[in-house]
Design a protein around this ligand. Structure first.
Ligand code: GDP
Ligand code: IMO
Ligand code: MG
Length: 421
């Protein structure tokens, strides 16, 4: 069986921390989509580590880690990440596996990402500029280069052919970055990538699962950034919901077991695009401060607002979430009141469905339910029964609205700052 863990909001729900905690119970952790746009934070012996492409199970000696076929890999970023964590994880090379079918991000993909974003002006997506969109475009456009290609004799020829196409595309833009300066590092990193354990990921997983090994699929981004179901076009370029696990790893749907869905006790978004419960006032500012809401990959300030139960119920439905995990509960300690969106007024009509159009073209007002707040520190509490009643009431309401039980409550950044229910 393969369990799944994914974000239910717009990313940064605390996936890295939770995977790091749950990894104790699994033999294999596998990333199935996204790439270096992700920034998953965890603490190893008190030291902060941010992972981008490497699965968050690497700090457990018994865990094997797979970068699946659905991931897009920038060899340069991967190399830099490996260098950083090897001192904390000396046997990394023996426990890290890469699917031969994962696609490569080239220097020209990064240049195209930057040029395309700049050309969009005020309508820009707010991409992390890691080359994600252009790399997935080449994948679906059937032009992409895959990890397996780096072992072929004519890799350079294939590279030149694809970059020629990109050079022609870049001609339509002004102020294109000097991507040629990135090429030497790219080819050096390709040589390092060749030293990794490149496997046929789907067969590799099948063999391990048949041998009784347990697998956790680690999602990146969040459900509302899904390319099909998110706030399109302000989304990423992959399927971030549980369906993405099947084609991002090559496992059949009936093999999926638990689906852990993570939500913050409030909500954040980084980059452009709709965010119905965003707070543009001092409460939003206070949330950013209390939650240290700055991007793990880009350092940008994250937009903050109240939990959006309309969007969350949609995300729970899309992924078939069986267990909820609520993180950053401690951040709300001193807020009163605390609000949760339970419906929207869209163009004058009340709805509990996430609308097709949530852009500025329609008027959309969240309908809120208010909670008193608990006004007591949650950090340090280790048992559900010891939690303040007002907080428990908040959790109960969320569970009832979403029709799913909360299995874990996170109340701090550390691996074990987690209440198991
Ligand atoms: P990810 O992308 O989903 O892995 O999340 P990020 O790492 O981008 O952002 C989550 C941030 O919240 C990180 O800085 C975590 O250390 C932090 N964090 C995770 N869980 C908690 C929690 O329960 N309380 C607090 N205060 N911080 C948390
Ligand atoms: P983790 O895994 C939060 C956002 C970007 C931008 C949009 C498209 O850490 O939760 P892209 O670079 O994919 O073309 O950007 O998606 N985005 C994220 N936001 N967390 C992430 O990952 C994100 N990855 C991409 O800010 O709005
Ligand atoms: Mg993140």
């Amino acid at each position: 069986m393969i369990d799944v863990l994914l974000g239910l909001q717009w990313g940064d729900e605390g996936k890295g921390k939770i995977v790091d905690y749950l990894a104790d119970k699994y033999d294999i952790i596998a990333r199935f989509q996204g790439g270096p746009n992700a920034g998953h934070t965890l603490y190893v012996n008190g030291e902060k580590v941010v992972l981008h492409t490497i699965p968050s199970g690497v700090f457990h000696n018994h865990c094997l880690n797979l970068i699946g076929n659905g991931v897009v890999i920038d060899p340069v970023t991967l190399q830099a990440e490996m260098k950083k964590i090897v001192p904390l994880c000396p046997d990394l090379l023996s426990r890290l596996y890469v699917s031969q079918k994962a696609h490569l991000i080239l220097p020209t993909h990064r240049a195209l990402d930057a040029a395309s974003e700049a050309a969009k002006g005020k309508d820009k997506i707010g991409s992390t500029l890691k080359g994600i969109g252009p790399a997935y475009m080449d994948k679906t456009g059937r032009n992409g280069l895959r990890v397996g290609d780096i072992l072929s004799k004519n890799f350079r020829e294939k590279y030149d052919k694809l970059t020629q196409k990109h050079k022609d595309m870049l001609k339509q833009y002004d102020n294109v970055v000097e991507w040629q300066q990135w090429e030497p590092a790219f080819f050096e990193a390709i040589e390092e990538l060749k030293k990794l354990q490149i496997v046929n990921g789907e067969y590799w997983l099948d063999t391990h699962m048949k041998a009784g090994k347990t697998v956790l699929a680690e999602g990146a981004q969040g459900s509302m950034l899904d390319v099909d179901f998110g706030t399109y076009p302000f989304v990423t370029s992959s399927n971030t919901i549980s369906a993405g696990v099947c084609n991002g790893l090559g496992v059949a749907p009936q093999r999926i077991g638990e689906v852990f869905g993570i939500t913050k006790a409030y909500c954040t978004r980084v980059g452009g695009g709709p965010f119905p419960t965003e707070l543009h006032d001092e409460t939003g500012e206070a949330l950013r401060k209390a939650g240290s809401e700055f991007g793990a990959t880009t350092g940008r300030p994250r937009r903050c607002g109240w939990i959006d139960l309309v969007a969350l119920r949609y995300a729970v439905m899309l992924s078939g979430v069986t267990k909820l995990i609520m993180t950053k509960t401690d951040v709300l300690d001193n807020f009163t009141p605390i609000k949760a969106a339970v419906a929207y007024i869209a163009d004058g009509k009340e709805t509990e469905e996430f609308p097709y159009d949530v852009t500025d073209d329609v008027s959309l007002e969240p309908v809120y339910k208010e909670f008193a707040g608990w006004g007591a520190p949650l950090t340090g509490v280790t048992e559900y029964d010891a939690l303040p009643q007002d907080f428990k009431d908040y959790c109960k309401f969320v569970e009832q609205f979403l029709g799913t039980k909360i299995a874990y409550i996170s109340n701090g950044t550390g691996r074990n700052q987690l209440i198991v229910i």
